[in-house]
Ligand binder design. Structure first.
Ligand code: ADP
Ligand SMILES: Cc1ncc(COP(=O)(O)OP(=O)(O)O)c(N)n1
Length: 274
């Protein structure tokens, strides 16, 4: 068997629910060999972000060269990139190493409000990274900042998806986690021609830390395995749905999702918590 490999370029979450840690757990659960290039270290737990310590762009570049020159990822995903300098490095290296299966999760602000991308880096993401993306996965507030428009209705989400496809991104998924709590969790997928709506019941829980990271890592894992973007996105939706439903309920605040749940359900395990 030739193992497929995926690289995450993201920040570290000491609490283990989001960032690099969520990505690697997701890759592993979906049968993909995980690699990482760190952009920042965060001191973080279920209560919030206590500190952000970005790496120098040069340190990110060296990590990308180390992986690019030797291991050769089958898919790459980006998460917290923090600064315009790091965004540019990632875009340059993605082109240099011809990383076509690129999933861009444009992480900007943690759920507790801590900034994970400098404001001046938003335009850098739009101009340099999105044109290289196979899939871009903003949540609603991120889609608003990327497109400069207010999004409250489904029609506005569709309009934002149209604008994002115009940047060059091949597939756009505007996730519905931040929509009204009375609505189901609907993710809007646009391929430049047609819209698809991935819908699941909204789970009433505060334990949704790292949902976006986990979802986009699952998309990258699917692409690494050679699945179509549609299939990778559909599986990612099932993966995150199971991970939220079977929450681990750890920590005193917004806890992480359960990365074991999807595979445990597939195996037919009775109690889905480890
Ligand atoms: N309470 C919830 N119930 C069901 N699915 C959810 C819930 N919250 C988020 N999701 C799903 O989790 C994924 C990540 O969405 P979202 O929370 O919007 O991203 P982010 O973590 O980037 O803010 C999406 O597939 C979304 O539909
Ligand atoms: C290091 C790090 N990266 C990304 C995030 C954001 O995670 P996300 O899945 O978008 O959502 P929340 O965890 O903020 O709910 C993070 N917190 N830390």
């Amino acid at each position: 068997m030739t193992i497929k490999k995926a690289l995450t370029i993201a920040g570290s979450d000491s609490g283990g629910g989001a960032g690099i840690q969520a990505d690697i757990k997701t890759f592993q659960e979906l049968g993909v060999y995980g690699m990482s290039a760190l952009t920042a270290v965060t001191a973080q737990n279920t209560l919030g972000v206590q500190g952000v310590y970005p790496l120098e762009a040069e340190a990110v570049a060296r990590q990308l060269d180390s992986v690019g020159e030797d291991l050769g990822p089958d898919a790459v995903k980006t998460g917290m990139l923090f600064s315009p300098e790091i965004v540019r490095i990632v875009a340059d290296k993605a082109q240099q190493y011809q990383w076509r299966n690129l999933v861009v999760d444009p992480v900007m602000i943690a759920k507790g409000g801590a900034p994970l991308l400098q404001q001046e880096a938003v335009r850098t993401v739009v101009h340099y990274l999105l044109p290289l993306a196979m899939v871009v996965t903003p949540n609603i507030p991120e889609a608003e900042l990327l497109t400069d428009m207010k999004i409250t209705t489904l029609q506005q989400r569709e309009e934002a998806a149209r604008r994002l496809v115009q940047t060059g991104a091949r597939y756009v998924v505007i996730k519905g986690g931040h929509a009204a709590e009375t609505e189901p969790a609907v993710d809007v997928l646009f391929d430049g021609h047609e819209f698809m709506y991935l819908e699941s019941p909204r789970i009433p829980t505060r334990h949704t830390h790292g949902t976006g990271c986990t979802f986009s890592a699952a998309v990258a894992a699917g692409l690494a395995q050679g699945h179509s973007a549609y299939d990778a996105i559909r599986t990612a939706k099932l993966f995150i749905q199971a991970a939220i439903e079977d929450g681990l309920h750890i920590g005193g605040g917004h806890g992480p999702t359960n990365h074991f749940a999807y595979q445990q359900r597939k195996r037919g395990a009775g109690d889905v918590r480890p």
